[in-house]
Design a binder for this molecule. Structure first.
Ligand code: BTN
Length: 243
């Protein structure tokens, strides 16, 4: 079954909206996309806000009905960053996924992904909500509002893109990587993930919310958790940020 797209003019957050209607008992078909021209209170990971001026970027969330153990959800997000990466590379952008949930172009963030587990007893709906924000038509001035190095398709390509066409062109890549992930979760995306985010042994610094952990990339665990070699001791990091 393919994606069904519902456009909204204005929403606080497409993730919040989708979660709200599911928990209120609406029956939402798997692969329903909620997309907003103007997302007024977008949310990012670690309780951050997602900055996106109205009618400028692609901000959407979709529901995917699947029985999934909670530890496998981060790898779904990683599969979606491979989808965005493929889409950007389809027009020769120098794009790269970044653990755990970013996509970079020329080492600047162009997209972020936020996945949440859904289990609503109200309507027996279980699955994942994944929200995706892609900077499409943000100008250099608008990008300055973001507190980390960021870019947009406009900045990289020098041309305005249609938001609708961007979403439509991304969908086949989402379909492909959902199917890959379904086969064996992180294990079915491991090789490509490691190739694109390596090399193993590179120096890394990760902030896990509490500490700064410095070491060498040792690899990824069964579910895509980051493994860092700190002077011979391998530490597992489930959630964090590589600055
Ligand atoms: C991050 O990089 O921290 C994740 C950002 C996710 C942003 C998207 S925009 C569409 C969807 N709705 C939200 O409120 N957040 C996600």
């Amino acid at each position: 079954m393919s994606f069904y797209i519902k456009w909204h003019d204005r929403l606080d957050s497409t993730n919040h909206y989708l979660k709200k209607i599911i928990y209120e008992g609406d029956i939402v078909r798997s692969k329903t996309i909620i997309v907003a021209h103007n997302q007024t209170k977008g949310v990012g990971r670690l309780d951050r806000s997602w900055i996106s001026p109205a009618y400028t970027n692609l901000c959407f969330s979709f529901f995917y009905a699947v029985e999934v153990p909670i530890p496998a959800i981060p790898s779904f997000t990683m599969a979606m960053s491979l989808a965005i990466n493929d889409y950007l590379r389809s027009f020769r952008m120098n794009s790269q996924p970044k653990w755990p949930n970013d996509v970079l172009v020329n080492n600047k963030k162009i997209a972020g992904i936020l996945s949440e587990h859904i289990d609503s007893s109200e309507n027996s709906t279980r699955g994942i909500i994944t929200g995706i924000g892609i900077n499409v038509n943000m100008t250099k001035d608008q990008i300055k509002e973001i507190d980390k190095p960021a870019t947009s398709i406009l900045i990289e390509k020098g041309k305005i893109s249609s938001i609708k066409e961007t979403l439509e062109a991304l969908i086949p890549h989402l379909e492909y990587w959902i199917n890959e992930w379904e086969k064996n979760h992180f294990e079915s995306i491991r090789t490509i993930w490691e190739t694109l985010t390596g090399p193993i042994g590179k120096e890394l610094e990760v902030h896990d919310g509490k500490d700064k952990i410095k070491g060498k990339l040792y690899g990824y665990g069964k579910h895509g958790e980051l493994l860092i070699d700190q002077e011979g001791i391998v530490r597992t990091i489930w959630s964090g940020e590589i600055p």
